[in-house]
Design a protein around this ligand. Sequence first.
Ligand SMILES: Cc1cc2nc3c(=O)[nH]c(=O)nc-3n(C[C@H](O)[C@H](O)[C@H](O)COP(=O)(O)O)c2cc1C
Length: 493
Amino acid sequence: MAYASFSQFLEALDQAGELQRVTTPVETDLVIAEWADREMKSPHGGKALLFEQPIVDGKISRFPVAINTMGSEKRMALALRLESIADLAQEIQLILKAKPPTDLREGWSLLKQGINLLHARPKHVKSAACQEVVHRFAERSTSDEVTLRELPILQCWPKDGGRFITLPNVHTRDPETGARNLGMYRMQVYDSQTTGMHWQVHKVGARHGKLYYERNERMPVAVTLGGDPAYTFAATAPLPDGLDEILFAGFVRKKSVELVKCLTNELEVPADVDFVLEGYVQPGETRPEGPFGDHTGFYTAVEDYPVFHLTAITHRREAVYPTTIVGVPPMEDFYLGSTSVRIFLPIFKMNFPEIVDMALPAEGVFHNLVFVSIRKQYPYQAFKVMHGLWGMGQMMFSKYIVVVDDDCDVQNTSEVLFRLCANTDPQRDSTIITNPSDSLDHAPTVQNVGSHMGLDATRKLPGEGYHRGWPELVRMNEETRKLVDALRCSRGR
Ligand SMILES: Cc1cc2nc3c(=O)[nH]c(=O)nc-3n(C[C@H](O)[C@H](O)[C@H](O)COP(=O)(O)O)c2cc1C
């Protein structure tokens, strides 16, 4: 069942004991970030926080700030209205099982058809909660009525270049096919009506932008904040270009997304969101963006990015401003990323039936570290899996891929490290390739390109150059384990 609003989601968090309301006034400049960072680093991701009186430029904003709303497994399941994330993975598996696809492309297209059949197609509406209050900006207006300055946008870290919108759902269209895209790209606030648009070169927003620049046409862009958290999840999910995130969100929330036309451009946005920032990107115009305390745990350097000009802000009368912070892990974004991995595991398994499980541990901040367990059947199968993953969408960024046998729990980092250290001869069991790198990764000598390492920590088979007879893992026998279970049980433990 879908949420009718972001506030309804906050109520659900409250009822589940997952929301802490902060009623005292708190500065949006660093203080909310420090408070949220401590919460995100508490056991199991702490609580979601609702700052009811955020201070912006010395004044209390009329919009509360919600942060860390998806920062735990429990809250992520609540956000998607699931008992457990595994339920959604199972639904995807069922779609794929209906007519097993022969390859990955067919798999995604089957998923697309399945999603369509599940009545996820959006509906178009004429009036919308997100347009209850409307502020249109005449071009080149210097008026400061309700502009970005009114929103409780955080400065997250001391050396950030300013305030950043950190949970923006950015809506664009392919000017050739009309295909929609929804991605999450942070936005640095430059002034009351202008921001940066940080879509990195590999992302779909950047591809759409390039098509507009080549035509020398102004690019319409709409940014939404809040609404059903399924939109935010869909914006971050690494869906292949062409799989419509709005359809996907409809599938996740089991209800068609109602779309309303923007007032100052031709894009459509979900009607139930809290805020809509309407505007455009002008071909060829860029501006220095950053520095920003990033999900890598380091500040990313200043770089030129496109500029987003606002033409209108519309919002719910009782809008809540959703945000997050990124930085040294673990942070809230870990739960968004790991939910994607779990939901799309059936798709990975479809291409690589030997895959048993996958994990992107928090320490690897998404792409830096990937653990995969496989049911190994033939020599060099671990290498086949690594190379396959490096060829799949955003998995191309994976800096280290560690492959282990299926009896190793990849969700347990220390178990994987034990296998890695014990089972590998570094020279024999590693491979280094050159691939596209995450734009934010500061380690490669050249931005966007870098080396990536695969480590095969599986037990070695004949044919893999190992002739000594692989040893057996030390384990207690079943009889003794049962005996000790019974003894401990009788002592109440
Ligand atoms: C909190 C958060 C912030 C993000 N910020 C950015 C960003 O500034 N730029 C970017 O290119 N990707 C960013 N991402 C990652 C993209 O949202 C993600 O790669 C998404 O799949 C891109 O969608 P697309 O493939 O439709 O472009 C962010 C992800 C999260 C969870």
